[in-house]
Write a protein that binds this ligand. Structure first.
Ligand SMILES: C[S@@+](CC[C@H](N)C(=O)[O-])C[C@H]1O[C@@H](n2cnc3c(N)ncnc32)[C@H](O)[C@@H]1O
Length: 313
C-alpha cells in the first residue's frame, strides 16, 4: 500500500503540531512500517483514510496507538549515570540538613527505567544520610501510553538489569515462573521503590502542562532532540516555570540548550539550577497582583496561572 508524499506531509504536520515530533521525508519508510498494521486493522485501503481517522480528534484510542508507534522509547537504568551521582549528592545534602521533602518529575520517562533509577537513588541517598523517613514523590510522564503501562507494571528483563552493581540489583526481585521475550527471566522493581512513583500521560507540547508546580528536580532527557528549536524553547520555558527557584533540571548529555534557559545557571554538564533570586521576584509579583484580580477567575488565564501560589502536589 503506497504512502504518497502529500499524505506523508499531512502526517508529518499533524505530528509536529500535536506532539512536536519532526518527521523529515527520509522517515517516510519508517512511518509506513510503524503504522501499516493499524491501517490494516481497520480494514482500510489507504493511508488517507487512516489519516482522517486520527486527525479528526474523536478516536483517542487510535490517536494513542499512532503516538505509541511514532515515538522512540529507547532508555535504560542509570542511563547517563553522572546525573544520578549528582542527584544522589544533592539529596544527601538536603536530607542531612533535615529537608526531607522533594518532588521530582521525569518528563519523558518512556518505560520507566529513568523513574526507577531516580527512586533507587532516593533510597540510596537515605541510606547514606542515615534518615529513615522522607517525603519524596516521583512523577513519571510520557506522551506514549504503552511504555507508561510497562513502567507502571515495573517488570524488566534480566538483560536490562545485568550491568547494574549488586547493590542496585538488590532493588529488583526475581518473579518466579515468568519469562519475557526470548525466555529471559523477569525481575520486578521492589515495592518500596514502586511506592515512591506514579505515572501519568502528559504531552510536553500541551499548555499549560498538567503537572504540579514547584517541583524540586526535573529530568527532561533525550526528548528535546526530537523537536525543532522553537518547540525546544517553548518546552524548556514551560518546564522552567514548573521548577522551584533553586531547583535542578537535567537534560540529555547530547542535547544543546545553551541560550534557552535564561533563568538558570549551568551547575555541571547538562545540569541546570534555577536562579534563587527569581524566588523573591516571583513572590513579590504574586504579592502585588491585586487580590481582586486574582479572585476574579483570572487565575486560569495562561499568563497568571503559572504565577499563582498553589499547593504543590
Ligand atoms: C528516547 S526516550 C527517552 C527516555 C528517558 N528520558 C531517557 O533519557 O532514557 C524519549 C521519550 O520521549 C517521549 N516523548 C516524545 N515526544 C513527547 C512529548 N511531546 N511529550 C512527552 N513525551 C514525549 C517518547 O514517547 C519517549 O518515551
Amino acid at each position: 500500500m503506497p504512502l504518497s508524499d502529500a499524505t506523508f506531509e499531512k502526517f508529518a504536520q499533524l505530528l509536529l503540531d500535536k506532539v512536536g515530533i519532526v518527521l523529515p521525508p527520509s522517515r517516510k519508510r519508517m512511518l509506513v512500517n510503524r503504522i501499516i498494521s493499524r491501517v490494516r486493522a481497520h480494514g482500510m485501503r489507504s493511508f488517507d483514510q487512516y489519516y482522517d481517522l486520527v486527525a479528526n480528534g474523536n478516536d483517542f484510542y487510535e490517536w494513542q496507538k499512532l503516538i505509541d508507534r511514532v515515538t522512540t522509547h529507547y532508555t535504560s537504568f542509570f542511563r547517563e549515570n553522572n546525573h544520578f551521582l549528582h542527584l544522589r549528592s544533592l539529596l544527601v545534602n538536603r536530607f542531612k540538613k533535615g529537608i526531607l521533602r522533594a518532588r521530582i518529575w521525569s518528563s519523558a520517562c518512556s518505560t520507566g527505567e529513568e523513574v526507577y533509577s531516580i527512586a533507587i537513588t532516593v533510597l540510596e541517598a537515605m541510606k547514606e544520610a542515615n534518615v529513615r523517613y522522607v517525603d519524596v514523590r516521583i512523577l513519571g510522564t510520557d506522551v506514549a501510553l504503552e511504555p507508561l503501562q510497562v513502567a507502571d507494571r515495573g517488570f524488566y528483563s534480566e538483560a536490562s538489569i545485568n550491568d547494574l552493581s549488586p547493590d542496585l540489583r538488590a532493588y529488583f526481585e526475581l518473579i518466579p515462573g515468568t519469562s519475557g521475550l526470548n525466555d529471559e527471566r523477569l525481575f520486578r522493581v521492589q515495592s518500596r521503590v514502586r511506592e515512591l512513583v506514579i505515572f501519568r500521560l502528559v504531552n510536553l507540547c500541551e499548555h499549560p502542562l498538567t503537572v504540579p508546580n514547584e517541583i524540586d528536580v526535573i529530568f527532561c532527557r533525550n526528548v528535546l532532540l526530537y523537536f525543532n528549536k522553537e518547540r525546544q524553547l517553548q518546552i524548556l520555558t514551560a518546564i522552567g516555570q514548573k521548577l522551584i527557584a533553586g531547583g535542578t533540571l537535567y537534560v540529555g548529555t547530547s542535547e544543546h540548550v545553551r541560550g534557552m534557559l535564561p533563568e538558570m545557571i549551568c551547575s555541571a554538564p547538562s545540569v541546570y539550577s534555577k536562579k534563587e533570586f527569581l524566588n523573591q521576584q516571583h513572590n513579590d509579583y504574586v504579592k502585588y497582583v491585586p487580590r481582586v484580580f486574582l479572585d476574579a477567575g483570572e487565575l486560569n488565564s495562561p499568563g497568571l496561572s503559572t504565577l499563582s501560589p498553589r499547593t504543590p502536589g
